[in-house]
Design a protein around this ligand. Structure first.
Ligand code: BTN
Length: 332
């Protein structure tokens, strides 16, 4: 039997500005009209607001400002995506929770979302500032059955698709800084941490973690992040409906994964990357534990490595590390 709240929410989202009849919902779900009313009261207690008009029914007027599992699933289902969502008010790290669920044998794909993280992880062993302020902390778990050598490329493709999805949804000039930072005017909007368990020749599972600043106010954040971060709210100068935005993000990731595993990314990858690549043609420095390479960023190779043309004319492929822009931009 379909989940009652999900069926109710799907009908209300679909109609949005119109009313949905209580008796029609009751008929569809095989419960009484009082049963529908009781469910709506429970949803009200979790941040929803409904308008109720006699003989017309119910209309959705407000959604919760934080993650709501059934609402996220409803949006996804309306867009043709069937993916369970596990929401938490607080958690150590959504990536860690996804990995615990994977280890326990949970079917994929699924997503873990939290309103706040106590030990949010970033790339290169850093931490990810994760206050409870209307930002998205989400991890989507897959069992791709791909060779480990494809991990860099699938990560770039998922990040790139997310970048394109946010551009399309909000009309913002979101770019990508290799490998996976989403940036606007040099400020970081989102970060991505992909972690995989690898068997000898196959990725056993893949956890794609994304932290997206939606409604947070970076000016109030600790000094080390406030000067370099942005949020959708800061860029758009208005609050963004959290669950609809989060559902768009999850839908982009899910669709991108399906396209990658079916080989449908190949035609579009290079063009999309060129459009979004904020490093292209710029003077950069790539640092890893063992080396530092400076030169002009020249796109990526087939495996997803960053290409840097050094002053001596050699092109070096950088597979891991941190890249910063030099002071000397060569071209836009
Ligand atoms: C980075 O830019 O360094 C990557 C940041 C990734 C943060 C996200 S938030 C959700 C998921 N859970 C984590 O612990 N990290 C990722």
């Amino acid at each position: 039997m379909p989940h009652i709240d999900k069926t109710i929410l799907k009908s209300l989202i679909e109609e949005r500005s119109d009313f949905v009849s209580g008796s029609q919902l009751a008929g569809e779900l095989g419960i009484s009209r009082v049963g529908i009313w009781a469910r709506l009261e429970k949803l009200r207690a979790r941040g929803f607001a409904f308008e109720a008009v006699r003989h017309r029914g119910y209309r959705l007027v407000e959604e919760p400002s934080g993650p709501h599992d059934r609402l996220l699933e409803s949006y996804l289902e309306l867009w043709g995506i069937d993916m369970p969502v596990y929401c938490h008010e607080r958690i150590d790290s959504t990536n860690s929770e996804a990995q615990r669920l994977l280890a326990a044998g949970t079917g994929t794909p699924f997503v873990v979302v939290a309103a706040a993280q106590d030990s949010g992880r970033g790339r290169l062993g850093r931490s990810w500032y994760s206050p409870s302020e209307g930002n998205l902390y989400a991890s989507v778990a897959f069992r791709p059955g791909l060779p480990p050598g494809r991990m860099q490329l699938i990560t770039l493709w998922l990040g790139l698709s997310l970048c394109a999805g946010l551009r399309g949804e909000f009309g913002l000039n979101v770019g990508i800084k290799w490998p996976n930072d989403l940036v606007i005017n040099g400020r970081k909007l989102a970060g991505i941490l992909t972690e995989a368990r690898v068997d000898s020749d196959l990725m056993r599972d893949l956890t794609f973690g994304v932290g997206l600043n939606i409604n947070g106010d970076p000016s109030q954040w600790p000094a080390e992040v406030s000067g370099i971060a942005t949020s959708l709210r800061r860029e758009l100068r208005e609050a963004v409906p959290f669950n609809k935005c989060a559902a768009c993000v999850l839908a982009s990731i899910h669709t991108a994964y399906r396209d990658f595993t079916a080989g449908r990314h190949e035609e579009r990858f290079a063009d999309l990357w060129k459009q979004a690549d904020v490093l292209l043609g710029k003077q950069v420095e790539a640092r890893s534990k063992h080396q530092s390479i400076a030169g002009t960023a020249s796109g990526i190779d087939d495996s997803g490595a960053l290409l840097i043309k050094t002053d001596s004319g050699n092109t070096v492929a950088v597979r891991a590390g941190d890249v910063s822009l030099g002071t000397n931009p060569v071209s836009a």
